[in-house]
Design a protein around this ligand. Structure first.
Ligand code: ATP
Ligand code: MG
Length: 601
């Protein structure tokens, strides 16, 4: 491609709309254009990158025996009603774009394809002989994200590879899951990314496991906890650890103390000169179940610990049958407005005790009249602890479970693991923390969808059995931008060679110099012919401008037919290192081929 004929517009300034380096650079270098919130056009350079990433993904998937297909993006609401996800996806989470067609039929734009694929399997898979089966597609997904941001990282329209596998046994599912683990690692390695596979939350469905593939970068929205010995890595949503030991309590007798202005653990610890590990803190949540019932949840946890909302959500989902429900629609810390809807009187916020009386709740058909009381394991063994008194400005000290306060019947593990905690597999190892961008997620689903949608097969013994499923997603467009987030410098993008839009760019320093133009044209034709994807910067611009642009768009090798032409050579500059080489014109092709092959491996 000749730059003189290309839609090539670069910006000198960082666009105001972008916050993180990769987003700024992709906009400045003319790879993407924002069309609306979370909606981007992939311009020709970007499209080439996306095609390369897709091709790597495709090759790795095909190598495992998975088959590519293409499923509809328009999905009938009825399918989602069968799986039970229509209301959650269109209303509660609101992640799915939905519409009504001219016949008054409701449809959704696919955010994911479990429903569609399960319906296909239900129709087409009859016998165990057809299994295992693994189908995948590479396609645009739609999600009405609450906070679209960072360009392609969190779009409302983005490209994903999603695959779904069907099995007769857990062992068969595990085998495919392991194949996917390997395929995903290969995809990321081949795309030139530094990443870590981590244990991930598999939500309330449990399943037997799920892993996320995290690209390590400061701008990552996820926190990863890991140990130096390489034995443990998990998303903070899932991570477990051994908390610090509690210090023995200095309070031997139970009494109520005036503790003015101590509505935080920090202030309380300073005031009472005690450690937060001697405090039982009581945190209030509000859960709305899909049966329409709101439940107020009081979680008692050790003062130095924090509740992890994902773990709490999973616990609350397990308790759904108690509230005639299947799932939790919302989980929040109720603000003043929310409290106004159910509080019978004003709450002693910051001073609540584990036995906060149920008469704070004005119960109704929609609001459960009793607190759901949960205690985290970290609080169970505390003795002579400090906690609230249910009266503003006062705490109690020297309290004990089942003496002054009944121990809540439901003991849960909902604390957030944190950096510095001891690791469970080896307490000598402490957890380290890093930021990660989730680019892939592999998941053992089990029979959640097949059971809900009646997708069965006939087993060897002639029984009707639900299909056992796995699903595997990788964000193609997010992956491409992650590569930039991991690889840039002050001059611009540094693409890993394997996914760069072009391998090389020939920048003609002076287009009125006939010899320069002649050599450039010759190399341009030759290189492209031999499979080295090459751009030709034949614009009537100063050499400095061309070099700056070449650096900004991040093409791995810049070829300059300049002064060295006298000795039959051109200059080749490596983008990543700015290292310059003088290479004989007739050796350019072979040299580049060697470098590119070595870089792509
Ligand atoms: P996140 O937690 O970041 O919202 P998710 O867990 O909802 O992602 P999955 O349903 O697991 O995402 O989708 C598979 C992959 O699709 C993700 O690992 C990610 O790479 C990509 N992805 C998900 N949402 C987006 C988005 N809004 N924009 C770009 N890529 C996305
Ligand atoms: Mg995910």
């Amino acid at each position: 491609m000749r730059l003189s004929q290309m839609l090539f517009v670069t910006l000198r300034e960082d666009p105001a709309e972008a916050e993180i380096p990769s987003h700024k650079l992709l906009l400045r270098a003319g790879y993407i254009r924002r069309i609306g919130s979370g909606i981007y056009a992939y311009l020709p350079l970007m499209w080439r990158v996306l095609k390369k990433v897709s091709q790597i993904v495709r090759e790795e998937m095909d190598a495992t025996g998975a088959q590519e297909c293409l499923l509809p993006q328009l999905q009938p609401a009825d399918l989602w009603r069968e799986s039970g996800r229509w209301d959650t996806y269109t209303q509660a989470e609101g992640i799915m774009f939905s519409l009504t067609d001219r016949r008054d039929t409701e449809l959704g734009l696919g955010p994911t394809h479990e429903e569609v694929i399960t319906t296909i399997a239900k129709d087409m898979v009859r016998s165990y002989r057809q299994l295992p089966l693994h189908l995948y597609q590479i396609q645009t997904k739609f999600r009405d994200e609450i906070r679209p941001r960072f360009g392609l990282m969190r779009g409302r329209e983005f490209i994903m590879k999603d695959g779904y596998s069907f099995h007769t046994s857990e062992e068969s599912l595990k085998k495919t899951y392991q194949d996917m683990d390997r395929a995903y690692s290969n995809m990321l390695r081949r795309s030139g990314l530094e990443f870590r596979a981590v244990d991930a939350d598999s939500g309330a469905i449990g399943g037997s496991g799920s892993q996320e593939f995290m690209v390590l970068a400061e701008a990552g929205e996820d926190e990863v906890l890991y140990t130096e010995d390489g034995q443990y890595a998990a998303n903070v949503e899932k991570a477990v650890s051994i908390p610090a030991d509690a210090e023995p309590s200095p309070f031997a007798t139970f009494e109520k103390r005036e503790t003015p202005g101590t509505d935080t653990i920090d202030k309380l610890g300073k005031f009472l000169k005690c450690s937060p590990t001697q405090v039982v803190k009581n945190v209030l949540y509000q859960a709305v179940y899909d049966s329409g019932i709101t439940v107020l949840v009081l979680v008692s946890i050790r003062g130095d610990q924090d509740v992890n909302q994902v773990k709490l959500l999973n616990e609350l989902t397990k308790l759904a049958p108690n509230y005639q429900a299947k799932t939790v629609l919302f989980l929040t810390v109720p603000d003043a407005e929310a409290q106004g809807k159910w509080a019978a009187k004003s709450l002693p916020l910051g001073y609540m005790a584990p036995d906060l009386a149920d008469d704070y709740i004005a119960g109704s058909k929609e609001v459960n009249s009793k607190f759901l009381r949960l205690v985290d394991r970290t609080a169970v063994d505390l003795t002579n602890f400090v906690t609230g008194s249910n009266e503003s400005g006062y705490h109690v000290v020297g309290a004990n479970w089942n003496k002054e306060f009944p121990l809540p019947a439901t003991v849960v593990g909902v604390r957030t693991a944190k950096k510095g905690d001891r690791a469970v597999h080896n307490p000598e190892q402490t957890l380290q923390s890093a930021r990660g961008i989730e680019v892939g997620h592999i998941f053992q689903l089990g029979t959640k969808y097949s059971q809900a949608m009646g997708a069965t097969y006939t087993s060897e013994q002639g029984e009707e059995m639900p299909l056992i499923m796995g699903c595997y997603g990788v964000g193609v467009s997010r992956l491409a931008q992650s590569a930039v987030e991991q690889s840039y410098d002050k001059d611009g993008i540094i693409w890993p060679v394997a996914i760069a839009p072009y391998h090389a760019i020939i920048s003609i320093p002076n287009i009125s110099d006939a010899q320069q133009v002649e050599v450039a044209e010759k190399l341009y034709a030759e290189l492209n012919q031999s499979g080295i994807e090459t751009l030709l910067d034949d614009r009537d611009e100063r050499a400095g401008v061309k070099f700056k642009d070449a650096d900004l768009i991040g093409i791995p090798y810049r070829i300059v037919p300049g002064r060295s032409l006298k000795s039959g050579k051109v200059e080749i500059v490596e983008r990543a290192t700015h290292k310059s080489h003088e290479i004989l014109i007739e050796e350019v092709n072979a040299t580049l081929k060697e470098w590119i092959d070595a870089a792509i491996k």
